[in-house]
Ligand binder design. Structure first.
Ligand code: DC
Length: 219
């Protein structure tokens, strides 16, 4: 692969988004939170009154998605996460979002993409791959605090139930299921502060960059 692409995958609230943002800032690379694409499709499909279980109808919405539609604060809500996970099971939705993600990953200077299938399906040749995880309980606590900070009240038990349901749906679907790529480095953030997790991620990526540059020089 010509550009230095960093794939950051993992389940909801594992810390992958923060890690991706920090990597982008340190390395001067643009970051795409691919979860926002699915969130936008879910929210737009619901607003249009579509049947969320209809792959073709929801896929048609995905095909019209533009970057500007990713700015909506409504995409950050708990409900949008659930809608995203539901529409993300459909092949036509995933296919319609491929070009957008490939165009972003193809930027000449490189890019960071975070999601569920970046290292396995979207950018299988990415020179740096991380799979970020943590226990469901720790992830639920993080998500609960984040929702509270956004002014969205929810009980910890409900958030934990959401996380478990999403893990099962995202990991169990036939289309590009959430899974660690064989060549991705596992980063378990259960016992790490965000600073320690971001540091560990930076070290993994720096080592990957050295290997990638050596391989290019040897070509
Ligand atoms: O990362 P997130 O919580 O914003 O993602 C919301 C949902 O979108 C997630 O539960 C599954 C789906 N998703 C996906 O299927 N593939 C991606 N690359 C990113 C998100």
């Amino acid at each position: 692969m010509n550009a230095f692409v960093i794939a950051v995958d993992g389940p909801a609230a594992s810390g992958k988004g923060t890690i991706a943002t920090r990597l982008g800032a340190v390395l001067g690379l643009p970051v795409l939170d691919t979860g926002l694409l699915y969130r936008a499709v879910g929210v737009l499909a619901q607003r249009a009154g579509l049947d969320l279980d209809d792959p073709r109808a929801v896929g048609a919405i995905a095909a019209t998605l533009t970057a500007g539609q990713l700015e909506d604060p409504a995409l950050r809500t708990r409900a949008a996460g659930e809608l995203a996970s539901r529409v993300a099971i459909h092949h036509p939705v995933r296919a319609a979002l491929l070009d957008f993600q490939h165009a972003f990953a193809g930027r000449p200077g490189g890019a960071v993409l975070d999601g569920r299938d970046i290292g396995t399906v979207i950018c299988p040749d990415a020179p740096a791959k991380l799979y970020v995880t943590a226990t469901p309980e720790v992830r639920a606590e993080r998500r609960w605090k984040q929702l509270e900070g956004q002014g969205e009240a929810a009980s910890y038990e409900d958030v934990l139930a959401d996380i478990r349901k999403r893990d099962a749906r995202d990991g169990g679907r036939a289309a590009a299921p959430m899974t660690q790529a064989p060549d991705a480095q596992l980063l378990d953030t259960t016992d790490l502060t965000i600073e320690a997790a971001a540091d560990a991620a930076r070290r993994i990526v720096e080592a990957a960059r050295v290997r990638w540059e050596a391989a290019k020089a040897a070509d």
